[in-house]
Design a protein around this ligand. Sequence first.
Ligand SMILES: Nc1ncnc2c1ncn2[C@@H]1O[C@H](COP(=O)(O)OP(=O)(O)OP(=O)(O)O)[C@@H](O)[C@H]1O
Length: 249
Amino acid sequence: MSTDLLIIENMVKRYGGLLATDTLSLTVRQGELHAIIGPNGAGKTTLIKQLTGEIQSDAGSVTFAGRQIRRMSEPARSHLGLARSFQITSLFQNFSVLENITLAVQAHQGHSFRFWRPANKTPSLVEPALKTLRQMGLENKKDTIVSALSHGEQRQLELAVALATNPKMLLLDEPMAGMSVEDSANLVTILKSLKEQYSILLIEHDMDAVFSLADRITVLVYGKAIATGTPEEIRQNPEVRQAYLGEDA
Ligand SMILES: Nc1ncnc2c1ncn2[C@@H]1O[C@H](COP(=O)(O)OP(=O)(O)OP(=O)(O)O)[C@@H](O)[C@H]1O
């Protein structure tokens, strides 16, 4: 039986007179990749920000790993295992790949920065960092300075930074944005390998990626979920075809 790791109930966010999130309810199951699609301005990024705690919801309930998190701070949510990646450029450009990850692990573990011992020489930080780099196929780049990485590799590293904190759930906001076809295909392969080990909420405009990766898809229009279902159910849904996907979907 599948368990719901994230349960969103009747969540609301208003910007003045605009309802950006309109009594939205959805669940993400343990080990599921749940994609959110919808036209520009549908409220997808607003939803992610409400989940991370970057913005406060006006109403509703958000339960994550059995805890009510709607009023929790961003760091508290991150410690519970909610990790956001993408659309935030969080890398230290002049530091190496390994240093970037060990610093993320250190910050997550809540250590003060120990300047007398560099993070990339501390075994308890290096071990999880190397494991994550292996998972992402970036191990051979561990000593490369971030600014020397390709755009696609930097996006992969952003994902590695999120994974290194050992999250329960990843919130991915348009990971394929600005990527070449080759880098996108590579990222799809990586995300497939991460599925099940992590629960993933994915926002993405690349429909090929969404339909090949998602276990379930929710379609957002004007802040409202108009449909949730398997990729096949979403493809067949007449309301979705009309509102978003177009007749050739
Ligand atoms: N800080 C803000 N103040 C006022 N309105 C906002 C604010 N942030 C977002 N909005 C509005 O809320 C609605 C939802 O925006 P949001 O960015 O969440 O949509 P989105 O689905 O992520 O769009 P896109 O696909 O273009 O990234 C839009 O109408 C947007 O103009």
